[in-house]
Design a protein around this ligand. Sequence first.
Ligand SMILES: [Zn+2]
Length: 251
Amino acid sequence: MKPFKVRLRFHADLKIFLGSKAGGALVERLLAEKTSIKDVIESCGVPHPEVDLILVDDQTVGFNHTLATDAKVEVFPVENRGTSQTDKRLQTIGLTRFVADGHLGKLTRNLRLLGFDVAYDQGAEDRQLLDVMARQNRALLTRDRRLLMHAIVQHGYYPRSQNPDEQTIEVIRRFELSELIAPFTRCLRCNAPLEQADKAELMDELEPLTKIYYDQFRRCPDCEHIYWPGSHFSKLQKRIEEIRARVRGKP
Ligand SMILES: [Zn+2]
């Protein structure tokens, strides 16, 4: 087969995956055999769950599209959703169930604080993460690009920032979750949805001052941890308001 040349342009922040020696958003690939567009894009370092729209010679295509001749390719991330071609988008927004890798403990806690369902095990190995992701239909959150490129990953996200609060804002934006935030509804320790608890039934377990000052309690049905609007609550509340304000404002 005659070698052919593919010119790819990566839009918006997909550039971060290309590595410094690329020097820009343009990559050229010389190919000698039929190759799927997904493989060509990933060979440039960009994981497929980050790709929302692909144009090959101005036509929208899916990940299975095969290249066999010279082509000009435009690759867009999710954040760049305009009004056009929304039906051709490759990613899903509004997903609320996640599995986070072992390095994202603080992001996990933040998302749980906002009410989102995040499976997390600090010691989980890659195959366990992929297994939970596939069996429970969760989106994978990881800064391991190779893992995100795994063929069975359908939905996922690579947090750009190393800062957990920034990562939280990124995830809410990426999956468009701002309307679905429900603070203090999920156990921060084990992810179970909290249940209202009757104060009378908790009396034996509460500290004397807590008994006096608080009447609203929630309890985790799994780990039995008790939550109430104590001194840490206003700190968390402030944190949630900051995150909400940041999500509403533009970066
Ligand atoms: Zn719990």
